[in-house]
Design a protein around this ligand. Sequence first.
Ligand code: SF4
Ligand code: SF4
Length: 166
Amino acid sequence: MLSDKLKSTGLADAADIQAAWPAEERLKKGPVAVVECFQEIPCNPCETSCPQKAIVVGQDINALPRVDHSKCNGCTICVSRCPGLAIFVIDEKYSEAESAVTMPYEFLPLPQKGDTVEALDRQGQTCCQAKVIRVVNTKAQDKTPLVTLAIPKGREKVVRFFKLVP
Ligand code: SF4
Ligand code: SF4
């Protein structure tokens, strides 16, 4: 159930975000999609693109997507298919000190693997440094490249975007 704040302002609060996240046990197993889609809009590429059938919107195309995280293998296909840029993939098994987060990035120039960038929170404020560990930009992604960052452990629910360091 969406919070009153989300209904009246469109901004998700901590409870909305928590409800969208996989259980801790699933996060510990490796890459998994997080779908932070909170607006009832006619949209379902997340459902139609998922080879594991882990996301369901259903007959009512305005319904919010429901995610079965136990079916998701973290393949990242849905991340570039979502027009709302509402999906990212978290891998808490990336290393002991860092987690990996894969997100869509529709700006130029693209970062390069090995770059250090500033990770941003939901308010657009810098929250930590991050390292670019992968950039994928294939024709199938239709101009929505995917960038994977290594971020410090504990920042998984905070980091939502990044900016290049000049
Ligand atoms: S990451 Fe892959 S398996 Fe998981 S929901 Fe997205 S498309 Fe499906
Ligand atoms: S594709 Fe993205 S915006 Fe559309 S319903 Fe799925 S998660 Fe929401």
